[in-house]
Design a protein around this ligand. Sequence first.
Ligand code: CS2
Ligand code: MG
Length: 401
Amino acid sequence: MSDRIIAARVVVCSPGRNYVTLIIETASGLTGIGDATLNGRELAVASYLADHVAPLLIGRDPAQIEDIWQYLYRGAYWRRGPVTMTAIAGIDVALWDIKAKAAGMPLYQLLGGASRERMLCYTHADGADIAEALDAVAAKREHGFRAVRVQAGVPGLNRIYGVHGDGAGDSYARPIEGDWDTSAYLRHTPKLFEAARERFGPELHLLHDAHHRLTPNEAAQLGRSLEPYRLFWVEDPVTAEAQEGWRRVRSQTTVPLAVGEVFNSIWDAQLLITERLVDYLRATIVHAGGITHVRRIADLCALYSVRTGFHGANDLSPVTMGAALHFGRWVPNFGIQEYAAHPAQAEEVFGWDWSYAGGHLLSGEAAGHGVTFDEQAAARFPYRRQYLDVNRLTDGTMWDW
Ligand code: CS2
Ligand code: MG
């Protein structure tokens, strides 16, 4: 007798920052947990799930992960996009969690078993200026990290992505406005990495996130200027929509390129993968349709020597990190996993058995993805609307953040 879904509940909570969590329960007593967090637009996904999709799950066989995925993707008519694919991801991960629990095995075993014992990870280091940023890198290296993303303030600019400056403004009321000057950034960034290599030598993997703010030719200039410092990657040098623009970047520089945290489907990345325009694909489980769809993206990547480099900022809940580590344990073309520690309060709501050691992450061995969710504890942290920054050029022109 097959099992049946009897409940699908959405919980929005804010233990240090907002998370959207889906809980699916079955008649046989199994519970699956999914992450459906979309930073800055959480309630859109919560409503998509609670008001439109959850009712369609009741009575379904939880084992039919693929059919449910196809039903939710094809059946919505309005397909793709961050809200739809994050909602589908929350359901998909919860169902994979249930299937692995029903089989009594950790999720990586269900996917195909371990291809590795541990996953190389990178974390964030930043500073208002080069000296402060390099001190932050040193602290992360002391903690055993072998790969560090480095972001620094740019002289003359007050607030830019990735640098937690004076915190001016309240992102709960409305988006805080950053300021941007591409010329100043292109002049300054090579100095940051020249100083980093001078201080840390050649072994430490250095990464940098350009965060969508350059034109293809500007990105080519940045890439060329950073080649002497042998970065692990430059991420999001141009906007993800400028797919053909990546040909310009790729033809002008050998710096490794990463893209995809804002991608929601294989079609967003198809040209970049099949033309080998990038080296790492960052589309992540919570925003790209869950394990079922990201597995297809990773398999396409493998045909073109592209490796995974999953997004792992702390606005992706511990559920996504748990699922990503099981995926990373299995996937043959694993590259690196981003790991920005979650707020301390998140540990009051989420429990997990994945761990960090010596610059690597270890998936757990518990059945499922190994992440638990305490609904009673979540009630202590009510949702509070919060915005991501926005960005303007110094002349006031709206720009990419
Ligand atoms: C960043 C993220 O981690 C990264 O690479 O791009 O911090 C991103 O800005 C946030 O996840 C947006 O919510
Ligand atoms: Mg990024």
